[in-house]
Design a protein around this ligand. Structure first.
Ligand code: ZN
Length: 84
């Protein structure tokens, strides 16, 4: 996937990620370890004890790619004739 096809929003997000969350030495995402997914299902708990976590796509290039692929798959699955 070329950066040109991602559009300006993804470029801005990628720049933001690189500035604040890309590992200085290894270039690895410090949020997700390059998995593309941030799982807060066990860690995001409010002061009242309510679990609000979930699995989110990361803002790093891998996360953006994963999100885009999932969106394409969802559109494909919803296409006429794709469900029985
Ligand atoms: Zn990441």
């Amino acid at each position: 996937m070329s950066e040109k096809k991602q559009g300006p929003k993804c470029k801005a997000v990628t720049r933001y990620w690189l500035e604040f969350y890309g590992h200085d030495k290894f270039g690895i995402c410090t949020l997700c370890g390059n998995s593309g997914i941030i799982d807060t299902t066990k860690t995001a708990v409010t002061a009242a004890g309510i679990h609000v976590g979930r699995k989110n796509y990361c803002i790093c290039p891998n996360g953006q790619w994963e999100r885009k692929a999932a969106m394409k798959k969802a559109v494909k699955d919803d296409a006429p004739g794709s469900q029985g």
